[in-house]
Structures are given as structure tokens and as C-alpha cells.
Design a protein around this ligand. Sequence first.
Ligand code: HEM
Ligand SMILES: CC(C)=CCC/C(C)=C/CC/C(C)=C/COP(=O)(O)OP(=O)(O)O
Length: 302
Amino acid sequence: MEQVTVKQNSSLNIAGKVRDYMMLIKFSLSFMVVFSAVISYLLAPQIPKQGWSWFHVIMLFIGGLLVTGSANAVNQIVEKDTDAMMLRTSKRPVASGRMQPAEAWAFAIITIAAGVFILGYFFNWLSAGLALFSWFVYAYMYTPLKKVSSVSVLLGAVPGALPCLIGWAAGQDELSAGGWVLFAIQFFWQFPHFWAIAWIAHKDYSNAGFKLMPSVEGPTKYSAVQSVIYSLVLIPVGALPYLVGMSGMMSLWIVLAANLLMLWQSIRLYREMEKKAARRVMFTSYIYLPVVLLALLADKIV
Ligand code: HEM
Ligand SMILES: CC(C)=CCC/C(C)=C/CC/C(C)=C/COP(=O)(O)OP(=O)(O)O
């Protein structure tokens, strides 16, 4: 009997540890961040010419996940006290005390080193350097600035959009127009994405002393109109891949439809001014990015 409980406990501990590390790297968010880098890599013109391999796709995914995971681990160490004050983040491993900061630091240092090496060795040092820069801006500039001013969101959108340029650079070994176009789409997308989340969690954020929405009062008409404006900006920006010759008519219409949906949901938020409407914008933002990126890739393959 004793033997069985020891075995059960150890498998429970392992499962708990895995769950903690998945939370430490914010797996779902990091997965999407790296997904955007991989699609950008496959969209780089060099790739079909050189031919692409599953090995390189997997190595880019692993390298990107290590770098992004490290960035999120540093973020959660730095924000452990404020994470503990918010319902949404209080169960995170470092904030809850299940994981010591020293362990999270060890993870963050090993993963950033491994991630940058993988990108540099299997792709090029341009993409590796960009990833390190993105890691630094997110962990050491955006994160500390969050409690100072909502300008932090503008700053955070840079590392948030850089995965597109990192993926492009991994394929092209240069920062050409296509990479910047993908960067621009992901850059502007982040504002309606995040402000919808901040709208829903405004009370949580204020309790922890964060000022992240366009207006200090949080969910106001001014904040809602910002989402409408950025959703409007996404319409011409979303046409850029077609205008620079990266994609065709099929994705042009799909991206336009996705942009109009984002705009419609933002307008409904402006009209209704309720959490329900903010939730619609948030879920639309989750669907928007994969739809747009996959449409651009499909246009290239088909
Ligand atoms: C200024 C930039 C951004 C900010 C401030 C931001 C903020 C957030 C926050 C606070 C959440 C909620 C996480 C949770 O539920 O605990 C979230 C969720 C998410 N974000 Fe963003 N985000 C940004 C950029 C991005 C980028 C660049 C991507 C991907 C390319 C992304 C993808 C996601 C995904 C997939 C989720 C859902 C994760 C989940 O449900 O656990 N976000 N974001
Ligand atoms: C390649 C590379 C290193 C990319 C940068 C990493 C990265 C995770 C970018 C996402 C952008 C972002 C600001 C997320 C929100 O973090 P948050 O701290 O506001 O979220 P939280 O409140 O849930 O902690």
C-alpha cells in the first residue's frame, strides 16, 4: 500500500510541476506568439526557393518558445507581488509561492541562452539578436513600465509584434518589407486585443495599481473609441501584404473580412460599453490572428 501512495504522490508532483512550468511560460499566449513567427518564416520568399524542412520549422518553434517562455518567466518573477494581488494571475507558480524565484530565474537564464543559440545556430544571428532584443524590451522595459503608464502597452506591442520579424529574418536573413508588413499587422492588432482584456479585468488591474487603459478611469468611451481607431487602422494595414506582392486576392478578402469583424465588435463595445461586448472583442482578437496568418500562408501555397 505504502509503495502505491509514494508512486501516486510522485506522479502527482511531476504533473503539478509540468502545470507550473506551463503557467510560468504562459503557454497559450507563447504558443500564439511563436505560431506567428513560424508562419512569418514560411511566408519569407527565400523559403520555397531553399525548400523548407519540418526540422527547421520545429527548431524555430522550440527556439521561439524558449525565448518567449524565458521572457514570461522573468515577467512573472518581477511581477510576483502584483500577480498575487490579481484574481487572474494569483495562481501563477511564483506569485502563489509554489515556485521559488531562484528556480524561475534558473529556468529563465537557461531558456534564453538555449533559445538564442538555437535561432543563431540553425537560422542566423540576425533572428537570434532580434529575439534577444525582444526578450529584453518585454522583460526589462515593458514589464517595469506597466505600473508607471499606459504607454507601456505601446512599448509592449513592439516585442509582441517582433516575432513576425524574427520569423521573417530567420527565413530571409534580412529585415525586408514583407517582415515589416507582418510586424505592422500584429502590432496594431494588439491594442483592441489587450484593451478588451483590460476592460474586463479593470477592477483586478486597478487593485494591483496598474494603469494600462487609454483613460485612467479605465472602461470609458475614450478607451472604447481607441479600439475602434486601431481596428480601423488594421483595414489599410491588412491590405499591405497584397500591395507588396506577398499575397493574392484570396487572402486580401479574408483579411478584410477579419478586419471588418474586429471593427464591428469594437463599434459594438463603443455603443454598449459592457463587459459582454469587451469579451466579444477579446475572443474575436484570439481568432483574428491565426485566421489572417493562415490566410496569407494559404495564398502562398495554393
Ligand atoms: C501589448 C501586447 C499584449 C498584451 C498587453 C497582452 C495581454 C494579454 C493578457 C493580459 C492576456 C490574458 C492572459 C490570461 O488570461 O491570463 C492575454 C491573453 C492572450 N494573448 Fe495577449 N497580449 C499582448 C500581445 C499578444 C500577442 C503578441 C499575442 C500573440 C501573437 C497574444 C496572444 C494571446 C493569447 C493567445 C491569449 C490567450 C491566452 C490564454 O487564454 O491563456 N497576445 N494577452
Ligand atoms: C520573441 C519574444 C521574446 C517575444 C516577446 C514575448 C511576449 C510574450 C510578447 C507578448 C506581448 C505582451 C506584452 C504580453 C502581455 O504580457 P503581460 O505581462 O501584460 O501579461 P500578464 O498580465 O498576463 O502577465
